[in-house]
Design a protein around this ligand. Structure first.
Ligand code: ADP
Ligand code: MG
Length: 347
């Protein structure tokens, strides 16, 4: 960083909190108290149920600051939480953000992080209503808690899939993983020779998928407009295969997923070939797509058919049929979750 560097200690913890507070303008009229007291206060909407979820991103585990701009990181930290709220077929309303960081980070870095956080709040129509600020001995940790609401009748759980339901995925899968492969490759090149500038041309889409993912708020609105309530739903953070297995286990069901139906972006296909990886494995196990995976009753097929955001990739079967991938040559092989396990060291 070649810009101005202001030490956090010159501002103090409360100075920093105030600085954050000043950047926040509340949108929702339901908030009685946002940042600035011991706790936030808001009134719940009538006849709605409250949804809460939380997620932590840790430096060195979930992100690498050598290629992740802080603004993108702040944006992503919010988006991955909102994605969980949308996966319940709910609307996100509020977030709290807790940060923990060492003196390696100047005030300007925290400003940049909050630029991303507040941009996400703007884009998704949510309010930042509190948080916590602490110091750490090393590295940066960001925890976001999201609060949302939904009509009880519309809340979708992982456990509601029924035999013969259609399995639907939004957008495309595998692109975020390939974006990460590009970033890791360029990092290695740069490490070997810091005179070589990263070659990221033409990879905009897949890089954006990993660095600046979006949550599918639009799909929640679309489902509502189409009058479709999924029987089950989950967001794709660990990988499509792993998420399908979650739905099947919670629903006590089996599944057939068709290899030739998996939506893979052409740019992902090209990158996959470049890296000599099997496209199907990347699509099934890549992770961090933040798409929505859901099941619907067959009677809803007419409503979802032909929608460019939605792809039917299989059917729910009875539990005894197992969870299978039907390959292009019509062979059935068991689906396995090789998704990113947070506790397995990356090679
Ligand atoms: P306490 O000591 O009672 O926990 P804090 O000083 O941590 O209070 O927080 C004071 C207020 O500032 C609270 O409203 C809290 O939610 C808010 N806050 C603290 N840190 C952050 C942050 N990083 N982002 C947003 N709000 C924050
Ligand atoms: Mg506190």
């Amino acid at each position: 960083m070649n810009q101005k560097r202001t030490e956090i200690k010159d501002l103090g913890e409360f100075g920093l909190i105030n600085r954050i507070r000043e950047k926040v303008t509340l949108k929702s009229k339901d908030i009685l108290k946002g940042i600035g007291d011991d706790a936030a206060v808001f009134s719940p909407s009538e006849n709605k149920k409250t949804i809460v979820c939380t997620d932590t991103l840790t430096e060195g585990v979930h992100f690498d600051l050598s290629y992740t701009p802080l603004k993108h990181l702040g944006y992503k930290a919010v988006v991955v939480n909102l994605s969980d709220v949308y996966a319940m077929n709910a609307q996100a309303k509020y977030i709290t953000v807790s940060i923990s960081f060492s003196n390696r980070f100047p005030v300007e870095a925290i400003d940049e992080l909050y630029e991303g956080i507040l941009l996400a709040c703007e884009m998704y129509g949510v309010d930042l209503i509190g948080g916590d600020t602490t110091s750490s001995l090393s590295g940066l940790t960001i925890n976001v808690t999201a609060i949302g609401e939904a009509d009880e009748k519309k809340i979708t759980y992982r456990g509601g899939a029924k035999e013969n339901d259609l399995v639907v995925i939004t957008g495309d899968v595998g692109s975020a993983y390939m974006g990460l492969q590009i970033l890791e490759r360029e990092k290695q090149v740069f490490k070997a020779n810091d005179k070589i500038q990263p070659d990221l041309d033409g990879f905009d889409y897949i890089l954006e998928r990993i660095l600046k993912p979006e949550a599918r708020k639009d799909i929640i609105a679309l489902l509502d407009k189409m009058e479709v309530v999924p029987t089950s739903m989950i967001d794709v953070s660990d990988g499509l295969a792993s998420e399908i297995i979650h739905i099947c286990k919670e629903s006590k069901a089996g599944v057939d997923i068709y290899e030739d139906k998996l939506p893979i972006d052409p740019k992902t296909v090209l990158t996959v070939q470049d890296f000599n990886l099997p496209a199907t494995t990347v699509a099934l196990n890549g992770g961090e797509d933040y798409e929505l995976l859901f099941t619907v009753n067959q009677s809803d097929y007419e409503k979802i058919k032909g929608n460019p955001h939605l792809t039917v990739i299989g059917y729910i079967k009875d539990e005894n049929s197992g969870m299978n991938l039907v390959t292009r040559d019509r062979k059935s092989t068991p689906l396995t979750a090789q998704g990113w396990d947070a506790f397995i060291e990356k090679s």
